[in-house]
Write a protein of this length. Structure first.
Length: 193
């Protein structure tokens, strides 16, 4: 991560295989647009395939300020190709941060992308921003997301029964996961070396 990084500046983190950095509107690729229109990808985030344009996505990415909201692209280190992204919202009053992730490139599903990249993001949130808690709220049906939260030491703090409506009109359960700094330290220590 940038050693001299300050609030409001673009953020860059490097993991073994990926570069995770603040996205700029010009980073929005035709692949990104296609992900928003893909029913299977949107199923994971409980959204209907969109009708957004490249201009819509440029405006969306530009609204993140690297202060209280971050839109971080996940880029392959070897080629620089975008394969996914995170949206992070830091509620400064309560000092908590929520994260959402989409790995849009199916070739990287099940390959540990989220575990590797979100680990760097969690380190940033706890070590640099000093947040008190990181949280996420996947749909209970999103098995991959639930697995990833649990694998990183998040605890399920509750089930919101029939809390959301799917694009098909079904009532869905939503899970609330939370991670505290001490739980993150334990999860990192428990990882095999």
């Amino acid at each position: 991560m940038n050693a001299g990084w300050k609030l409001g500046q673009p953020l860059t983190m490097e993991t073994a295989h990926y570069l995770v950095r603040s996205m700029k509107p010009e980073d929005v690729s035709p692949d990104y647009l296609a992900w928003t229109q893909d029913a299977e990808i949107m199923y994971g985030v409980n959204a209907a395939p969109g009708r957004m344009t490249m201009a819509d996505l440029h405006r969306y990415v530009a609204k993140f300020n690297n202060r209280s909201s971050f839109h971080l692209g996940v880029f392959l280190k070897d080629t620089g190709r975008l394969i996914g992204f995170y949206s992070i919202y830091w509620e400064r009053r309560h000092n908590i941060a929520g994260t959402n992730v989409v790995v849009g490139d199916r070739a990287y599903w099940g390959k540990g992308v989220v575990l590797e990249t979100r680990g760097a993001i969690i380190d940033f949130l706890f070590d640099r921003l000093k947040v008190a808690k990181v949280w996420g709220s996947p749909m209970a049906r999103n098995i991959a997301s639930v697995f990833n939260y649990k694998a990183q030491g998040f605890r399920c703090e509750g089930v919101l029964k029939r809390h959301r409506i799917s694009p098909k009109g079904e009532r869905l359960d939503q899970l609330m996961f939370g991670l505290f700094p001490e739980d993150w330290r334990k999860a990192k220590e428990a990882k095999p070396r």
